[in-house]
Design a protein around this ligand. Structure first.
Ligand SMILES: [Zn+2]
Length: 249
């Protein structure tokens, strides 16, 4: 089979550029976490170099594996170490947390007597226990956020119309007495329209055409309400974050 290379178009000048050897590691923008750490180490700086960004990346891999917070470890170092041991450079911080395999700074931090250390208290250095609680909370939030992202809303909150209720009446089996089903389709009780989760449940039944009894309809409504809670909660957080507000609970 003859093939016609698709990249044979003439784009003069590009090839010469591509032939240059790569001597420097590829420049990339630091992630948010890397940038926060780099700026904590060097509040005054020019563009961070690839080596500095890489040092931050490596340090974060280690502190994350230890389930701790790199910036708290840095603050701890600065409270207690003076002179050469006071960390001022990203590479130095990376070397200190790694400690040639002894993880010296991390071990000092995790065994420090925070309860009785006035200096750490005054400097607001968070203890490993506090950090662990914050991280657990953040993980929980993240998994909720991921859940909302991975599960787009399947609930339809549109107001119930007479047509929807007519279809609903056709879908639910009036003969179905299991769990004490009460047919609600004949006339729409006013309060149903005011309960968004029940509205969503009825819309769901109409869409899927799966007959339900009263209890099952209640379960669907509960599920819709739980989803709505998560969605609103996460959306509020997203708005707070974009407004630069820190929400601490
Ligand atoms: Zn201390």
């Amino acid at each position: 089979m003859s093939s016609n290379p698709k990249n044979s178009f003439d784009d003069s000048g590009v090839e010469a550029e591509q032939e240059q050897p790569q001597e420097q590691p590829q420049h990339r923008e630091p992630t948010d976490a890397e940038l926060a750490l780099l700026e904590a180490i060097m509040p005054i700086h020019e563009d961070f170099t690839p080596a500095q960004i890489d040092a931050a990346r490596k340090a974060l891999v280690i502190t994350d594996a230890a389930d701790t917070d790199a910036i708290e470890v840095l603050k701890f170092n600065r409270v207690h170490k003076k002179g050469d041991l006071h960390i001022r450079r990203p590479e130095q911080f990376c070397a200190a947390v790694q400690g040639s395999g002894t993880f010296r700074l991390l071990n000092e931090y995790s065994t420090h007597d925070f309860a009785n250390c006035k200096q750490c208290r005054e400097a607001g250095v968070k203890s490993p226990d506090t950090v662990a609680k914050i991280r657990a909370y953040e993980r929980e939030q993240e998994s909720e956020r991921q859940f909302v992202l991975a599960n787009p809303c399947q609930w339809d909150w549109a107001d119930l119309t007479p047509e929807t209720m007519e279809e609903f009446k056709n879908v639910v089996n009036p003969e179905r007495k299991k769990n004490g089903f009460l047919p609600v389709g004949c006339s729409l009780p006013a309060e149903i329209g005011k309960r968004p989760s029940l509205v969503a449940a009825i819309n769901y039944v109409v869409r899927t055409k799966e007959p339900v009894d009263w209890l099952e309809l209640g379960d669907l409504a509960k599920e819709a309400a739980e989803y709505a809670d998560l969605w609103h909660k996460w959306n509020k957080k997203a708005k707070a974050a974009s407004a630069g507000l820190e929400e601490v609970e």
